[in-house]
Design a protein around this ligand. Structure first.
Ligand code: AMP
Length: 411
């Protein structure tokens, strides 16, 4: 399958070529023809599948085909996405794929002054990419009019729900014309999101790629049982491997992220943190330092990491396991993209065992145990009922590491 088969126009094909895209990803191959036929779409796909291009490319083509009304440009396509980082990335994607077209776009998000956004809106745009809060704000001040929307994209609907934005999303939807094409993307389909999809989509075609479990299978995963105070030593040990050019390390809390950065910096490893307490500028700076290789480790909380787009990330380290199992899949899905191999290590201390159990259940397998662990857990927790003693020669028993094979086969 090539992009040429998808009936894309030459200016877009050329842009994709200069992006280095040779063939469409599965979500692109399935979605682009449907969207070009002006169908509503329910896309179940997560970040890393190429879903942004799956909607951005056909949206650009459809807008390009439509005659522009005379006078100032009117917003004809709206993309709603939960985070600033995602909004910026989507905007970058539209700019890249649409660089040979005469379409204007703008991205608006909160946390920064609204004046430059307002100025850009005043000069007229075709495509608006926005986070819900700032959009509502600018709408209520009369700077954004949505009555000419022909195409509406709701990106990461499930995250909108997680982040408490769903009512804002509904308020925006109430203001856009009912007669429109809607593209609805969500990695998961909790009941509330299913209900929202049912109310805003008309005869949608469902396109599903990489269900949660199969994403996890593509990435090499490894588990370390380790006591909390030893985690920093284990991380340093792992980072001794110079083959790890870049690693994204996850913590559950902002404080935890800062602590890991401090430990790494004092051990001579260049690292920075991105989390909600950092300014937008500081987060973007850290991200670009990481992308250009001036820092080797980026430490992130889940909220801050949502949607950040890093190509060629070789390693993810779950320094702390997430308490929501789906988050594990989102985290590790940041590596192993675009055909590259990816490795995801997870540290599990005694208190995190219940989280691990939930993750294993979700991914339908037990994260394989790393044989080589210089900091095996010594703190014991009550083993699961099905535990069998399988001591291996030379390993201390009851250390949470040797003799823990039963966890590997538990389902
Ligand atoms: P997304 O799932 O939209 O976050 O995209 C994940 C990454 O894949 C982004 O860095 C895109 O630039 C990249 N990408 C998207 N489509 C393709 C493609 N057809 N070929 C190569 N890379 C792609």
């Amino acid at each position: 399958m090539s992009f040429e088969n998808l009936k894309l126009i030459e200016p877009i094909l050329q842009a994709l070529q200069s992006e280095g895209y040779t063939s469409p990803t599965p979500i692109q191959a399935k979605s682009i023809p449907l969207i070009l036929e002006k169908k509503d779409l329910l896309g179940c796909a997560q970040t890393g599948t190429g879903k942004t291009a799956a909607f951005a490319i056909p949206v650009l083509q459809l807008l390009n085909e439509e005659p522009q009304s005379s006078g100032q440009r009117k917003i004809r396509a709206l993309v709603l996405t939960p985070t600033r980082e995602l909004a910026i990335q989507i905007s970058d994607s539209f700019a890249a794929y649409g660089k040979n077209l005469n379409l204007k776009q703008i991205v608006i998000f909160g946390g920064v002054s609204q004046s430059s956004q307002v100025n850009a809106l005043r000069s007229g745009v075709d495509i608006l990419i926005a986070t819900p809060g700032r959009l509502l704000d600018l709408m209520s001040q009369g700077f954004v009019r949505l009555e000419n929307i022909k195409l509406f994209v709701l990106d990461e609907a499930d995250r909108m729900l997680d982040m408490g934005f769903i009512n804002d999303v509904k308020k925006v939807i109430a203001k856009i014309p009912e007669k429109r094409q809607t593209l609805f993307f969500s990695a998961t389909m909790p009941p509330e999101i299913q209900r929202l999809a049912n109310t805003i989509l008309v005869n949608p075609t469902k396109v599903e790629v990489t269900p949660v479990s199969s994403t996890a299978e593509k990435i090499t995963q490894g588990l370390y049982y380790v006591d909390k105070p030893q985690k920093k030593h284990l991380l340093m040990h792992i980072l001794k491997d110079q083959a790890i050019l870049s690693a994204l390390v996850f913590t559950r809390t902002k404080h935890g992220a800062d602590k890991v950065v401090k430990d790494l910096n004092s051990a001579g490893v260049k690292a920075e943190a991105i989390h909600g307490n950092k300014s937008q500028n500081a987060r973007q700076r850290a991200l670009s330092n990481f992308k250009d290789g001036s820092i080797r480790v980026l430490v992130a909380t889940d909220i801050a990491a949502r949607g950040i787009d890093i190509d060629e990330l070789s390693h993810v380290v779950n320094y702390e396991l997430p308490n929501v199992p789906e988050t594990y899949v989102h985290r590790i899905g940041r590596t192993g993209r675009a055909g590259l191999s990816g490795v995801a290590y997870s540290f599990c201390d005694a208190e995190e065992r219940p989280y691990l159990k939930d993750i294993n259940k979700l991914i339908g397998m037990s994260i394989p145990l790393m044989e080589e662990n210089p900091f095996p857990a010594l703190i014991e927790v009550a083993p699961p009922a099905e535990k069998k003693q399988q001591g291996r020669g030379g390993r201390p028993q009851g250390n949470g590491q040797g003799g823990r094979k039963p966890w590997q086969t538990r389902r």
